[in-house]
Design a protein around this ligand. Structure first.
Ligand code: PLP
Length: 228
């Protein structure tokens, strides 16, 4: 299948999962995760109506942002962030979803060119205490959110979560429901947060059932990742 067909199928799936959950598809943003795929694939997806793209590897992404600068794409950085690499992220991206510590958020704030407007940020949370995985722990989450909410060049938008991989829908749903509960609790204090970014190609249905409003889909749109 080509990219246009894949996108059509992903959108049909999103519509169906939203219908099952009694939700409006207009409330679930589709982020196309284009890491390892070339600029031409991004341009194809754009032709099919995708406007927001997620990238994980900084060097690769900067090349593609340059190659795609003639089209008005909204770029999300979703990969691991080294503290000495924050400047190009602050200068070239619209969103960063993988912020997991104070040092990173303060540097992004300092390095964001004010004329670009505040950088939209989701804090990556590790809510299931997985030691090998990125993300701030639940215990430290409120503190990091408070820091992010107070910075002038940062617009705190929400949480990004990658729960442990589970094979059944019921297990995925149980985890996502836990995340949703935590998110809704935090929104009482951080009332401007409007984004719960969770769900990927393999667990989108459960994520949408439990209230995700941004799904990050790579393989489902572009096929298997390339080793370039
Ligand atoms: C690669 C990646 C995705 C996309 O995963 P697929 O399973 O290919 O849909 C989503 N989120 C993050 C943070 C990623 O790194």
């Amino acid at each position: 299948m080509n990219i246009a067909d894949q996108i059509r199928e992903v959108r049909l799936n999103i519509n169906q999962y939203c219908a099952q959950a009694g939700r409006s598809p207009s409330r679930v943003k589709l982020l196309a995760v284009s890491k390892t795929h070339p600029a031409i694939a991004i341009q194809d997806a754009y032709e099919s109506g995708i406007t927001e793209f997620g990238e994980s590897y900084l060097q690769e992404s900067l090349v593609k942002i340059e190659e795609c600068k003639h089209i008005p794409i909204i770029w999300h950085f979703i990969g691991p962030i080294q503290s000495n690499k924050t400047r190009p992220i602050a200068e070239n991206f619209d969103w960063v979803q993988s912020v997991d510590r104070e040092k990173i958020i303060t540097r992004l704030d300092q390095q964001r060119p004010p004329q670009l407007g505040p950088l939209k940020v989701c804090i990556q949370a590790n809510l299931f205490n997985e030691p090998q995985k990125k993300g701030v722990s639940q215990e430290q989450l409120t503190q990091l959110l408070a820091i992010a909410a107070a910075l002038p060049n940062i617009q705190l938008r929400g949480l990004m979560v990658i729960p442990p991989k589970r094979d059944t829908y019921q297990e995925q749903l149980a985890q996502f429901n836990q995340v949703s509960e935590i998110f809704n609790e935090l929104r009482k204090e951080f009332t401007n947060m409007d984004t719960l970014s969770m769900g990927m190609s393999g667990d989108m249905e459960a994520a949408i059932a439990s209230g995700s409003n941004m799904v990050r889909v790579g393989t489902g749109i572009f096929g298997p990742r390339r080793n370039n």
